[in-house]
Design a protein around this ligand. Structure first.
Ligand SMILES: Cc1cc2nc3c(=O)[nH]c(=O)nc-3n(C[C@H](O)[C@H](O)[C@H](O)COP(=O)(O)O)c2cc1C
Length: 127
C-alpha cells in the first residue's frame, strides 16, 4: 500500500465569498469521512479557485478524487502533483482549511525540498 500525495486546483462555481463558505462547510463535514479512509488533507480557496492536497493510500486518494471531481460546486480540475511520498505532511489533519498564504507557503517548502533532494542526488552521481 503506497502512501500517495495528490494536489489540484479547480474553479469554484459560486462567487468568491460563497465559495469560502462552501469550503468551510466541506471541511467541517469531511473530516470524519477522510479519517475513516486514511486520508489527511488541507484545502484553501483564493479568488474563486479551490486548491487541495490529499494524502493517503493511493487507492483511497484516487477514489476520493473521483468523488470530488463529480462535485457540482467546482469545475476545471487541474492536477498539480500526483506521486508517492515517504511521509505525510498533514498527518494530524483529516480535512483542514488553511488560509491561502499558509497553504502556498507549505507547497513552496515542498517544492524547495524536492529540488534540494534532486540536486543532492545528482551531485552524488558525479563523484
Ligand atoms: C473543493 C472540494 C473539496 C472536497 N474535499 C473533500 C474531501 O476531502 N473529502 C470528502 O469526503 N469530500 C470532499 N468534498 C465533497 C465531495 O465532493 C462530496 O460532496 C462529499 O464527499 C459527499 O459525497 P456524497 O454526496 O457522494 O456522499 C470536496 C468538495 C469540494 C468542492
Amino acid at each position: 500500500m503506497r502512501l500517495w500525495k495528490l494536489s489540484y486546483i479547480s474553479t469554484a462555481v459560486a462567487t468568491p465569498d460563497e465559495a469560502l463558505r462552501q469550503l468551510r462547510e466541506i471541511c467541517a463535514r469531511s473530516g470524519e469521512r477522510n479519517a475513516r479512509i486514511g486520508i489527511s488533507s488541507v484545502a484553501t480557496v483564493h479568488r474563486g479557485r479551490f486548491a487541495q492536497v490529499l494524502e493517503g493510500p493511493e487507492s483511497a486518494v484516487r477514489a476520493l478524487l473521483k468523488r470530488i471531481m463529480g462535485d457540482p460546486r467546482h469545475h476545471s480540475i487541474m492536477v498539480l502533483a500526483d506521486g508517492p511520498i515517504v511521509a505525510r505532511r498533514y498527518a494530524d489533519w483529516a480535512m483542514a482549511y488553511r488560509d491561502p498564504k499558509a497553504f502556498l507557503s507549505d507547497q513552496l517548502d515542498d517544492i524547495l525540498q524536492q529540488t534540494a533532494d534532486v540536486v543532492r542526488a545528482m551531485k552524488a552521481t558525479w563523484h
